[in-house]
Design a protein around this ligand. Sequence first.
Ligand code: SAH
Length: 393
Amino acid sequence: MCYAIPGKILEIKDNNITVDYFGEKRKARNEFFALSLGDYIYAQGGFVVQKVSEAEALSILETWKELFFKLQEIDEKLASKKPTDLYESANALRQKYHGNSCCIHGIIEFSNYCTSSCLYCGLRPDNKKLTRYRMSINEILAATDYAVNKLNFKALVFQSGEDAWYSEERLLEIVNKIREKSPCLITLSIGERPFATYEKLYDAGARSALLRFETSNPKIYSQVKPGHSLESRIDLIKRLRQKGYIIMSGFILGLPGQTKEDVLNDIKLTHSLGAEMFSFGPFIPHPETPLAAHPRPALESVLNTIAEARMSVPQARILVTTALETLDKDNALRLGLMAGANSLMINVTPEKYRRLYEIYPDRAGIDTPPEKRINSILQLLQSIGRAPTDLGA
Ligand code: SAH
């Protein structure tokens, strides 16, 4: 199982390196490792995240050699026919800008405690039916070790409700220890924290932040996130980007009162915030929330939004979210990837907690062990010619 191809260093200029992947040259930033020309590395999101020995790199490259070009060929063939609809046009554009690379992140949901009363979310404190959990620092580190060192993930998202038990000090300990034992691209998805905390976490080695603005419409925002301000969330996202974080952001599709125009503004705002990864998905009602009776949007409207986002921001990475997969567990992932998306996430939260991170019920993939899910996803990716890799900037 392999979500990245090792690259060989051709050039080093200060922190910037040029890497070769089967003849393709890519750039990456190196901030963590002592590297020399000819070394092999893994890059994710434009950052060097691991150094690999030559022997290991060569054996992985050997297994990739033929497959790499075969997959490219399948993808090119699928994407090069004359587009007959919006999805095919978006897919052709995805292929033109990104080739066949598909970025895979693992996600560890480490706490379902939350102080925020978002009307759409099952983690809201008023939901007394939910069994709450909080992973200890050691549990988080063990889950990370397994994901990085056994399952081979090179990029992990750490997500939780807004839970102050994870103080700045505890979060720093977690990031520092992950960097020591399980190097990977660390994405934080921990909600609104003081910027100073995010600064320290960056300096400790976190390089990416997943923070959706949820909706660009301030009126809807104040209705669905009482007591929160859209302006301050957007301000935080901007400051994180200035600090150097890779931004993953986006919105929920199908919130009450949301119009077509709102969704176009959502796409524009995601772009103007400099998000490298677009993360948006359908609203899915949770029975224990005030929006229990509000309907989920149709699969087609989510696919249309993916295609529209791809057409307006061709260089973006666009995620197929778990919420989209939940709308059609058998087909949505493939349909999303064929409508312009090129990224996905695999849940690697320990089994005993996975079902409890219930932002909405019955999430796709939560009953399947990660090993099994990885295999079926790799099979799907091969069938549509995508390489599960992130070749960096
Ligand atoms: N506390 C973090 C993580 C929140 S949960 C934060 O504030 O960023 C991650 C995402 O799940 C949210 O940003 C929201 O967009 C999404 N979400 C929550 N409830 C949902 C629902 N019922 N349907 C679809 N998406 C939902």
